[in-house]
Write a protein that binds this ligand. Sequence first.
Ligand code: CA
Length: 740
Amino acid sequence: MNRNNTYVSKLLWALIALLSFCTACADSPVTTQAEFKDAVKAASPGDTITMANGVWEDFEMVFTGSGTADKPITLTAETKGEVIISGVSNLRIAGEHLVVRDLVFRDGYTPTNEVISFRRTKAHLANHSRVTEVVIDHFNNPERNETDFWVMMYGQHNRFDHNHLEGKSNSGVTMAVRLNSEDSQNNHHRIDHNYFGPRPVLGSNGGETLRIGTSKYSLTNSFTVVENNYFDRCDGEVEIISNKSGKNIFRGNVFFESRGTLTLRHGNDNLIENNVFLGNGVDHTGGIRLINKRQTIRNNYLSGLKGYRFGGALVVMNGVPNSPINRYHQVEDSVIQNNTIIDSDHIELAAGSDDERSAVPLTTKVENNLIVNSTEVDSIAVHDDISGITFKGNVVDGVAKLPSETGLERKAIKLEKHSNGLFYPSGDPVTDAGVSRSFKVLQRDETGPAWYPKPGYAGRFDGGKVMQAEPGADQLYAALRGASAGDVIELQPGAYQEPRTLAIDFPVTIRGLSDGKSRPMVRFERTALFEIRDGGSLRLEGLDIDGSVAPDAYGNAVIRTSRYSMLGNYEVQVADVRVSNLNTNHSFNFLKVSRSTFADQIDIRNSEFADVSGHIIALEREIDDLGIYNGEYVQIQDSTFKNIAGAVANLYRGGTDESTFGPHFLLSGSSLDNVGHGKRNKTKASVYLLGVQVATLDGNTFRNSRPVRIVETVGEPVTTVRDNVYEATDAAVIGPIARN
Ligand code: CA
């Protein structure tokens, strides 16, 4: 090799080195918002923009560009799961063939309507673009009733797959597909292999997990495929999925212990097939609700569903004659075929029949379905004329009354678990009814990004350690400072006095120990003993609480919630607790709540309350009549109440929408003596329930008390008042009372 050649060769190597260095430049992580913007501006087809690991705070990301099918432009993380977008942040995507992957949105919220939007502006949408392996975890606006959306799909031919969306607890649909302009209709989006993690009960409308379309564009086709997604405890409201457009496919999804239904609310020609609904006996778990024309529901497996009325396992609605676009279109030309429905309490036909919804289902086939209850249930309800439904080849067992004399055959069915985890009739095939034996069941770990952990199933009070506290001043405070989520603090018998309000911002149990003669007695010097803050829940067991050293000020409470909006739902459990002398001044409540807080459950049992100047449980702060309320389940059992100036329970759920399951109320086996006579008790009742959806008062004794007042305002409330004894007390007053 001569000198010249060596020189050329060196030059060539230098060039190659330079080129590969530049390739590395393009791929080297951007570390600032300015670098990100420059990289987006400079990106050409085939480029990848990599965000450096770390926390990106307060970043409104805009990712635009034009890739090609072969050479998309990709936005990714240096390491999957180590790029955290937090603070006041969001992401807008617009252009062609863009891919976003591997990012985590956490510890923040969006300043706009959307966390991830498939558009930059109204006119600049994303098409042929994909968001994959992205996490949005509890990325909630701090004000619970402020509405926003986590993912909004616009444009056409986009894909949203293998993402993880968990813990939306402020108002607003988790994810929606919009059809609000021609550019977003006939969109052929794919939504697949996503993990839709737990969404707590919202306590108002606006808690859907997925919505496709809106009523306004509902006669437009979407062609969206929703496939192989896992809906894990998506409890927000009565609609898990609200379909409001045409020609969509819902296939191969699993709904695990999710309250609500997949609702074909508006739009025609949709297909629901090969989905699994597992209720496991959880309240309000539902299946499929059918409205409109030419819908097909086939080969779905529904088991252990407890929902009723519009929330049943299978609900075929009545329509409104000549319905406006936002009401109920008549069911026509639809097919319900080869579904398996096991141990599910409610199948509703011609549901919602009333003066307005009088258009009964037409030309609809119900064929080859298998309906089995292990104990006989009157599970099929017929609410109107169903002569427009043709039954054929259905097999039933354990159903008390059949909806048709033909097309439903009773057979003794023994179920057996198949290798796919589903149950089928055992032995020789006695029937072809029900889902196919080749049904493939989606597993939870096939969804979401593999690198992001999915939540467990433990109860909120479980999993902690047991700690001890001794009597004295400040001892409970000291113990709580050393405690963490799920812990149990055991109190030795004796007198405790707390000079501070005890902030509870994690689930904790405080358990009194008895030595046979005495047990712990807790007194408190501030306006409240406990304040539940975001993330907190409280269980009290086996102790006495005395209010006599509380300040001489009105409005004290044993337990109050934060005065600020709480995103996390909380729970209060009280068992074997004696409460007395809540009367240093007027309006001293046991439990007092603030607006924008929501209790999953308030549970009182085997407890005694005496000499209280306010209410025991007051969940009455949402007074705007917007359908918002303060708690889902209030249960009082086997307890006594004596000399209570206010009500034992004061629950208020105003508004007229039908989107919520609750509130629920139970009072059983309890005695009320001199309850409700205080002059500040505006309810004029010993128990006051307004807008409660399920109320049961059973086996109680009322003595010298104001009456129970139940005001039924919305939905079809289920009110049961039975076996109560009224001594010197007016009987319960129940009914729709005109309000001013
Ligand atoms: Ca709704």
